[in-house]
Design a protein around this ligand. Structure first.
Ligand code: NAP
Length: 470
């Protein structure tokens, strides 16, 4: 008589690929069901967990990072295991995972960035904001990047919260950042920065800005840098007035406009660095000199209502040239295709219905495969948005398995033995806690919250040379 999946004797065996918020929320939901038992092995290609909470959230936003306390509680639940330093696609394949687990949930986020598709995008000095974010956060993929911070004028394209992070980190006094968990090499580079003017470029108007209220308010209060808003930049056009009158964009949009109008009344201030807010402009070309960024060609936009009622930017045919030596493109993250999985190249996501991975040809669910987070819905929302998103997927997964007979005897021991048999040096959650402790201790010596390891060999060496009881 086969055992029933999700029972005490045969918990469902689930692998979660990716240990960011969406992966942890999926694990938490699976491990806290009242009448359905699961065990969850979370994999990450890095030794360290937490995805963008570690590698994306800005170092001066420490409070946001306390969400990891919640993830630690998940990690302490019976049935949870962490396998860091194991790369899906190169070190373990989908077929291997399917042999060890009943179901696999992909929580891989969006690893790449959107391209603008304008001439000059590949010039030296035209950088992806996401790369700068990874760099100042000591992410091993980005630590070796070099940014030319000797330029005095910089443009940031896009006005989402990633753009705000980038503007704030570049505009802020590095001594304010030094005691945080920012990478030490980044503080040193920022101390030498000669940046004096930062242009924050939104293609639509202030009533459609993607940033949220606390983020724009923070820019108004930076030490050493003035946020300069020309009153003409917040003189609302009829479309924006109509949007606000109808409550479009919610309280966020109205408050953003209020904050910018209040700031526009303060003039340009007396601090040494300036951030200039520009609206209704689209870069149409990045102009170069000797192979390097020298300026942006901007087209002035107007706002129009599209057929679906949304508000779009439309070029007016009026152009200006903005001399800048460095450009950060902050126009959104984008997912990448993964081996063995379908991929929607337009959205940058894994095709799915409520988290069930869908075969684009047959439009039917592919058994055993699920997706959560940015890989499911695209790069939107805040950390907490991932919670209901993961719960939705887990609900579908349980519907698919509850009460079904187990086909074979997949076990936790077999999965661990399989990984060890491949010679992989997986990092456990206890190992991570040791790394965590070492980082905090190293940081304390330097007057920082934490001194992050920024390479995988450094992390692995620290684990080898530190006694387990540390
Ligand atoms: P985002 O919020 O989607 O913003 C993307 C920005 O790029 C928008 O201003 C968009 O303008 C602009 N854009 C897109 N294509 C463009 C083009 N071709 N030319 C010019 N501008 C273009 O994305 P994000 O800033 O990467 O952030 C991703 C998610 O993470 C967001 O949900 C964000 O709130 C979240 N996040 C939150 C925090 C925080 O809570 N502190 C920090 C970082 C990130 P349109 O609006 O006109 O499309």
């Amino acid at each position: 008589m086969p055992e029933t999946l999700g029972s005490e004797v045969r918990p469902l065996r689930v692998a979660v690929i990716g240990s960011g918020p969406s992966g942890f929320y999926a694990a938490e939901d699976l491990l806290t069901q009242k009448d359905f038992k699961a065990t969850v092995d979370v994999f990450d290609r890095l030794p360290t967990p937490y995805g963008l909470v570690r590698g994306g959230v800005a170092p001066d936003h420490q409070k946001i990072k306390t969400v990891t306390n919640f993830y630690e509680k998940t990690a302490a639940r019976p049935g949870f295991r962490y396998f860091g330093n194991v790369d899906y696609g190169t070190q373990v394949t989908l077929d291997e995972l399917k042999a060890q687990y009943d179901a696999v949930i992909f929580a891989v986020g969006a690893k790449s960035d959107n391209k603008m598709g304008i001439p000059g995008e590949d010039l030296k000095g035209s950088e992806a904001a996401t790369v700068l974010v990874g760099w100042y956060n000591a992410h091993p993929d980005y630590r070796d990047y070099k940014f030319d911070l000797s330029e005095e004028r910089v443009a940031v394209i896009g006005n989402g919260n990633v753009a705000m992070d980038v503007v704030r980190i570049l505009g802020q006094d590095p001594e304010e950042l030094a005691p945080t968990d920012i990478a030490e090499y980044a503080v040193q580079a920022l101390r030498k920065s000669r940046i004096k003017e930062i242009y924050l470029l939104g293609r639509r108007g202030p009533a459609q800005a993607a940033f949220t209220n606390p983020e724009i308010q923070e820019l108004c209060e930076l030490k050493g840098t003035d946020l300069v808003v020309d009153p003409r930049e917040v003189d609302l056009d009829p479309v924006s007035k109509d949007c606000l009158a109808k409550g479009e964009g919610g309280p966020k949009a109205k408050k953003n406009v209020d904050i910018l109008i209040a700031q526009s009344k303060k003039g340009s201030g007396a601090q040494p660095r300036k951030i200039f807010v520009r609206n209704l402009v689209s870069p149409v070309e990045i102009l170069g000199k000797d192979g390097r960024v020298a300026a942006l060609k901007l087209e002035k936009n107007m706002l129009v209502r599209a057929e679906d009622g949304s508000v779009k930017a439309k070029g007016t045919g009026q152009y200006e040239t903005l001399p800048v030596g460095l450009v950060f493109r902050s126009v959104g993250y984008k997912g990448v295709a993964l081996p063995g999985l379908p991929y929607d190249s337009r959205k940058g996501t894994i095709p799915n219905e409520f988290g069930r991975v869908i075969d684009p040809q047959t439009k039917t669910a592919i058994p055993a495969l699920y997706v959560v987070g940015w890989a499911k819905r695209g790069p939107s929302g805040v950390i907490g948005t991932n919670k209901p998103d993961s719960v939705e997927t887990v609900r579908k997964l349980i519907e698919d398995y509850k009460g079904k007979p187990a086909a074979d005897g997949k076990s936790a021991d077999a999965a661990a033995a399989f990984l060890a048999g491949k010679g992989l040096k997986a990092v456990s959650f206890a190992d991570w806690k040791r790394l965590d402790k070492i980082e905090v201790e190293n940081g304390r010596k330097k007057g920082k919250i934490r001194d992050k390891f920024s390479t995988i060999p450094e992390m692995m060496q620290a684990l080898e040379t530190t006694p387990t009881a540390a």
